[in-house]
Design a protein around this ligand. Structure first.
Ligand code: FAD
Length: 421
């Protein structure tokens, strides 16, 4: 009994031990920093369940100012800056929202279930919504529909955060027509790696605006996005088929209200045990149109049938480069039309290797065949691979990184090594 008591005392001491840099923070913010096993465990895992990077602490901000103060504490830390990563809902699959040894900012702590969403109209902008970066697209839809309005560009799954998808691109079946979600943003508030809260748009602080959109969370934390809204279509069927040619006899038609259509995947949030038992070694690729037949023959005809496990869902749709803004950080193939191919593998944690081998064989095949694919939601291990990924955008991305995050606070475990150029 006495031993147990001593053990729990030691444990509670360990749990409440804060990293030394917390001394630089105002006490009310320190109170929102957690180092207990539950907080650390949550921030060390994501939907992929493939990599686990353990942070030293987790911030549950109650205001944007808490984030600003945390970043300043890192910048002016006398020993060395510590790394910081924003975590939306942790729907990344390869640790992109983790900060090994650093601090994870749990953006959900700011969320007020849609309370951070304000719908407005102006003669110059039309209808728009100012949305906290921590809010989920499901809530943007709900609040928008209360006004008969909705964003024009979506993801297939709505329980993702606005800040998280804008850091990638945000794509779905509507993207060919309206562009990705990053093409439908008017303004952002971003907390840079220097701890400055900056409002930016196409005309104001545009370098940060273009850099942060598709910027993989590397330039700052998006705390507000001004999203374009339009009159909400009544039905999902109209949205998809309006501008497509098709053979009439081949239509499979299911006409549903817009909210059911957009929320067709539902909320996948399972219990912790269920999530921890599964791995999601997803691979999302953008494939140039000129090589899509080669990709089909080599991968879908040849490699997929040889997969030893039942594959998960595969997603496949075309995209228009002209709907993307090349000044943004998001990267696409160098052709007018490209295809998104998503291999959404799912299996037990022990089965992940089979899919990982498949993924690397797909990438190897593309490399050998000279198919210049780009990874969506990219994950690369070396600086060379990142240089290749960004292609002609690499130097501008480097410059933006040095300008807005010179101390590499938003470094993460991604093989970025921008400084050693
Ligand atoms: P997280 O995974 O928590 O974070 C993603 C990245 O953004 C990290 O680098 C993180 O540090 C950074 N980040 C998070 N918040 C902020 C912020 N406020 N400011 C700056 N950086 C931030 N993607 C699509 O495009 N279309 C889809 O249809 C789609 N469907 C999906 C369905 C499922 C079931 C899952 C698991 C993922 C899907 N994705 C889709 C991928 C999704 O866009 C990414 O996972 C993205 O990461 C968003 O998830 P999240 O909000 O949980 O962000």
């Amino acid at each position: 009994m006495a031993n147990l008591l001593i053990l729990s005392l030691i444990l509670s001491l360990l749990i409440t031990t804060y990293p030394p840099w917390t001394n630089a923070l105002p006490t009310d913010i320190t109170n929102r920093i957690r180092t207990d096993p539950n907080a650390i465990r949550e921030a060390s895992s994501d939907y992929g369940n493939l990599v686990h990077h353990v942070p030293s602490a987790v911030l549950y901000p109650s205001s944007i100012n808490d984030i600003v103060e945390l970043i300043k504490a890192s910048c002016y830390n006398h020993s060395a800056p510590f790394t910081i990563a924003a975590r939306g809902r942790g729907h990344s699959v390869r640790g992109q929202a983790m900060a090994g040894g650093g601090v994870v900012v749990e953006m959900a702590a700011l969320s007020r279930n849609g309370g951070g969403i304000r719908v407005s109209w102006s003669p110059s902008l039309g209808y728009y919504a100012d949305v906290g970066g921590e809010e989920m697209w499901a809530d943007v839809l709900r609040v928008g529909l209360e006004h008969g309005l909705a964003p024009v560009s979506w993801t297939d799954y709505l329980y993702l955060t606005v800040g998280g998808t804008l850091s990638n691109a945000g794509i779905s079946g509507q993207t060919f027509r309206h562009g990705p979600q990053i093409s439908n943003v008017l303004e952002l508030d971003v907390v840079t790696g220097k701890g400055e809260l900056i409002t930016c748009s196409r005309n104001k602080n545009s370098e940060l605006f273009f850099g942060a959109l598709g910027g993989l969370g590397q330039l700052g934390i998006i705390t507000r996005a001004r999203i374009v809204l339009d009159k909400a279509p009544a039905r999902g069927f109209d949205v998809i088929l309006e501008e497509l040619n098709f053979v009439p006899g081949l239509i499979f038609r299911r006409d549903v209200p817009i909210v059911d259509f957009l929320n067709r995947v539902g909320n996948l949030g399972g219990g912790r045990e269920e999530v921890e038992a599964h791995a999601h070694p997803w691979l999302n690729l953008f494939i140039p149109k000129s090589r899509i037949h080669d990709f089909y023959d080599g991968v879908l005809e040849n490699m997929v049938p040889r997969l030893r496990k039942t594959p998960g869902l595969f997603i496949f749709y075309p995209l228009n480069t002209k709907k993307w803004d090349s000044r943004m950080s998001a990267v696409t193939p160098d052709e007018d039309v490209f295809y998104n191919v998503g291999f959404l593998h799912s299996g037990g944690v022990n089965e992940a290797d089979v899919f990982e081998v498949f993924n690397s064989e797909v990438l190897g095949f593309c490399e050998k065949a000279g198919i210049k694919v780009k990874q969506y939601l990219p994950y690369h291990k070396s600086r060379e691979e990142w240089i290749k990924h960004f292609g002609s955008k690499w130097s501008i991305f480097q410059q933006r990184k040095m300008k807005f995050d010179p101390k590499m606070i938003y470094h993460q475990d991604r093989g970025f090594s921008i400084r050693s150029v």
